[in-house]
Design a protein around this ligand. Sequence first.
Ligand code: NAI
Ligand code: MG
Length: 570
Amino acid sequence: MEKKKVLVLPGDGIGVDVCNAALPIFDVLALPIELSFGDIGWSCWENEGTPIPVRTWDQISKSDAVLLGAITSKGKDEAEKALPKELQNKNWQYVSPVIQLRQQLGLFANIRPAHYINGDREPFDLCVIRENTEGLYAGFDFKGIPENLDNFLTHPNIGVYGPKEVAWSVRLQTKHGLSRLFKKAFIYAEDHGLKRVTFADKPNVMRESGKFAKDIFFDIASNYPDITADIHNVDAVALWLVKKPHEFGVIVAENMFGDILSDLVAGVMGGLGVAPSANIGSDIAYFEPVHGSAPKMAGKGKANPCALFMSIALMLDYLGYPDHASRLEVAVKHVIKSRVALSYDFGGDATTVEVAKAIIDAYRNQTEGRTVAILTIGDELLSGKSINTNLSDLSQIAEHKGYSVVRQIVCSDSVGDIEQTISKLAGDVDYLVLSGGLGPTSDDRTRFAVAEVAKESLVFNDCSWRHIESRLTNFNVAVDESNRVQAMFPETAAILSNPIGTANGFSLNIYGTKVLVLPGPPAEAKYLLDKYLAEIVNASNSTNSYKWSIMGVSEGEVGTFLKQRSRNMI
Ligand code: NAI
Ligand code: MG
């Protein structure tokens, strides 16, 4: 198999620190990816008079993807001073390498996903897609108004100091640029199961360019009838992103508005230490953390490498390894949530390398990243009228397959209760197993609660209905209209067929957690979990377990004896 070529450009400052710490993940990934390394950034400018040497462009042209650490950029005067003496006063211009990469490689879409990681808030899963090549950053930025334009650019303030004491920028919007941006936004929404695309702009103030963009947006939206398309003022979107990020799917915006919103979502997600980005065009893409080179922190082992790991995950997805990508994301979230190793920005004192090692370990040791919560549902379980054998049986099945059961919960039949519990756990565990409440009676509310949290409607499934009819007929039970509800499933759910009972189960993803919804009868719940919860192979920390019955000796004595034995064995 031909290897994918990834060019790593660590760049400046903490870009180098996080790359050094994170790159060992590629040994563990063991994918057909070949890494090569190149130079970019301020140090190239200082030594060679260009932040992207010709040899680096050449390396880029031979790569499938580029992984960038971070780059230092400075103002015009500082850039001139930093040049080697022989290159000074020759009018060499420092042009930000990230802008050069985006423009020259045609990377028109800057993709900034933001997922819920931790904290007491409703989980969210959204993505800001920013236009990268035009808009207010197109480069039409001028000082002074030339004479031939002074009749065109009129404003009462200009006359106060005259047309030379004026600076002005142009927001360039092209049909080409906007069409490909909006298409990318809808395709991204489709590929990632997001149901809403919001265009954040300012059409009430920028009336011509705003209307121009709006018409193109809705024209493209008409090809995606299953996705809600709406347009809102960018300032209102900023407010709602802070208050209710879970209400958004994809947010698409021109260059400058997108720049601001994407940093805002980085903050909502947990800060620069965790926020990744991708710059995507037609042939090549580059991936980088949102943060810069943080020069004051460079070389001190303080930088949080999570954002680079998240960027590597985006790159793995782009290169065609979505499973590895999501496992890596889970590993990063696990390290943050379990507080195994936290850098200073998350309130810990772990070094860059310590955090990176913990993430690589969590990735390697799949059981650490494979957590399960079991939620059993039913008023009869809470009242004690039925013995809740499912809780222990389902836990045992999960543990036996190599998972860690981290929560066991019993919940009433109320939709509100079930919804709240799912919302709390979704995004926090890898698998959430629900049992109970899939029957035909009015107290069976589980499927409604799951659909509500997933923001999906329930749709009727013919095949499941035929299964229900034939089961009931075989058992000489009259088929009742009320049974139809048992053939209703959330739109994106996969059906878990249940040959030993009437109700099929189903599974779907909610905020990165795989939710398995099983019928309550113990034999059926156990059967389906055993069948559909994938076994973890390669669990590197697998341990042998022994079960002893002891008589005549106390547990304490046995414990002390075993401790001594295990010390001697080491
Ligand atoms: P910055 O992102 O480098 O740092 C801002 C602050 O965020 C830092 O002081 C630090 O407290 C925190 N921070 C950033 N990354 C962190 C991490 N991984 N872990 C923990 N804390 C982190 O932005 P700043 O200071 O505005 O710019 C510094 C240099 O980086 C400038 O030369 C700027 O031009 C450049 N830059 C480069 C970018 C890129 O390479 N794409 C993006 C942003 C800035
Ligand atoms: Mg920015």
